[in-house]
Ligand binder design. Structure first.
Ligand code: SF4
Length: 66
């Protein structure tokens, strides 16, 4: 599925994707290892998309780790 995203959308590189997913894995807002409680997104998909950011109300948890 992620390969199809790369074909259709502007996606981050593997290193940035890994940073984003790592942040999600340490975040208490992550439900069942895949869903963000703030946006309802599957983070494994959201993290791949360049135009998306972490929706945490205190500020992006992704940006803090870049
Ligand atoms: S708030 Fe941000 S870091 Fe936390 S699960 Fe959602 S997208 Fe990931």
């Amino acid at each position: 599925m992620l390969d199809k995203l790369t074909d259709a959308f502007d996606c981050v590189d593997d290193a940035q994707y890994a940073e984003r997913i790592n942040a999600c894995q340490q975040c208490p807002a992550l439900i069942a290892s895949h869903t963000c409680r703030y946006c309802g997104c599957i983070v494994q998909v959201r993290a791949k998309l360049t135009e998306r950011d972490c929706p945490h109300p205190d500020g992006s948890m992704w940006a803090a780790r870049v």
